[in-house]
Design a protein around this ligand. Structure first.
Ligand SMILES: NC(=O)c1ccc[n+]([C@@H]2O[C@H](COP(=O)([O-])OP(=O)(O)OC[C@H]3O[C@@H](n4cnc5c(N)ncnc54)[C@H](O)[C@@H]3O)[C@@H](O)[C@H]2O)c1
Length: 369
């Protein structure tokens, strides 16, 4: 098992460790018992993960003498809502959870974001640990302390910054992950290559098939690398005042597409298309060589992710959604653009006309979804 320390400014949050390994459930339980002592531990998960991994992990916790319970809510983005949050609070109260309770987020990004949020406000804050079970959560959402629920008008509109007490990345959870969910994680991995690590981008170009086959050696290397990139960015800019915004590469348009498709497009699919769009905008504005934009599109395609915007999504609605993004500033829409692969920057405002042009281009001969 490898460990990476996330060093944070004590004014806001305490530093914590990300532990990475394979088949480490027993060691995770022992570390929780040793380092995150609590009167009660409550695993919060969703109803897909509960039967696959939740019940087993509950047994592991109980076997080492912890006072542990499990709560599951329906899987999926639709559950990332204030209603689920209230329901969870109710269930925690009924279990007798108090300020001496530690929550354990066992699941994908939806579980992690929800548990982080409720941990930040339940009885004015209780500790929580992240045990991510999707690739998206292992390389991205479990690290960095952004918590949220969605509102009908948009994603992640209610939330807090609240760091976990520890993150435990066990790659063996990925064995049960459906291929489509795995591909969603590949979108975030490609993003790290684009924004920070051209060498990893090249490694992915050369080895995407093996990565998709979940090659063990490659996956450990890539997941650990992504965790290191994210932790380094979070250490510099915990509260997303500047540098951390580059992690939103591909997300501005991605979020809008997810919402306009009524979440039929997954987060990873939205980000995949959004990353290509941001590269095309960068090229059209003269910042990026078009050949680099082409490399991005080809890698996204190799990962099994979509490269086109579904023709049936109305362009005007996508633009209206973009204008609702919480990252907008006044009337201009911030985009993370590229000078080259590995060199992103935040652009103060991209003209609507240009966004419109790129969306229309990316819709051409799109498969209807
Ligand atoms: N907080 C952050 O910094 C951050 C960063 C990126 C994404 N996010 C959020 O994360 C969410 C997306 O996360 P996600 O892609 O993990 O989605 P998810 O949590 O909905 O999980 C995807 C699906 O996989 C299932 N699943 C999870 N683990 C499994 C396993 N091991 N085996 C089989 N099935 C499993 C889940 O039940 C679900 O059906 C979005 O809400 C997004 O906004 C947050």
């Amino acid at each position: 098992m490898r460990s990476i320390k996330v060093n944070l400014d004590k004014k806001y949050s305490s530093s914590y460790e990300i532990h990475i390994g394979r088949g480490i459930a027993d060691r995770i339980a022992l570390l929780i018992a040793k380092n995150h002592k609590a009167g009660r531990h409550v695993i919060v998960t969703d109803d897909n993960v509960a039967p696959l991994h939740g019940k087993n992990f509950l047994t592991v916790l109980k076997n080492i003498g912890l006072n542990a319970d499990i709560i599951a809510f329906p899987a999926g983005e639709a559950s990332k809502s204030i209603n689920t949050l209230l329901d969870l609070a109710d269930k925690l109260l009924k279990l007798g959870a108090d300020r001496g309770t530690c929550l354990i987020a066992l699941g994908g990004g939806v579980v992690g974001d929800m548990v982080g949020f409720i941990a930040s406000i339940y009885m004015r804050g209780v500790p929580y640990v992240q045990i991510p079970t999707t690739l998206v959560a292992q390389v991205d959402s479990a690290i960095g302390g952004k918590t949220a629920v969605d509102l009908p008008t948009g994603k992640n509109l209610l939330g807090t910054f609240y760091q976990p007490a520890a993150v435990f990345v066990d790659l063996s959870f990925l064995e049960t992950l459906p291929a489509k969910e795995f591909e969603n994680g590949l979108a975030e991995i490609i993003k790290y290559g684009i924004i920070d690590d051209e060498k990893m981008f090249y490694l992915l170009e050369e080895n995407m098939e093996a990565v998709r086959q979940k090659d063990s050696t490659l996956l450990v290397k890539i997941v650990e690398n992504c965790c290191r990139i994210k932790k380094a960015i979070v250490e510099i800019d915990e509260r997303e005042q500047g540098l951390r915004r580059i992690l939103n590469y591909g997300h501005t348009l991605g979020h809008a597409l997810e919402a306009v498709s009524m979440y039929k497009m997954t987060h990873g699919e939205g980000v995949a298309v959004g990353m290509i769009a941001a590269a095309l905008i960068s090229a059209k504005k003269g910042y990026l060589d078009i050949a680099e934009a082409k490399r991005i599109k080809e890698l996204v395609e190799k990962a099994g992710l979509p490269v086109k915007i579904p023709a049936k999504l109305p362009t005007q609605e996508i633009i209206t959604r973009l204008q609702m993004d919480k990252k907008k500033n006044g009337d201009t829409i911030h985009f993370v653009l590229l000078k080259k692969i590995g060199m992103p920057f935040v652009n103060g405002g991209v003209e609507k006309r240009l966004i419109n042009e790129v969306i229309e281009e990316m819709k051409n001969d799109a498969r209807a979804t």
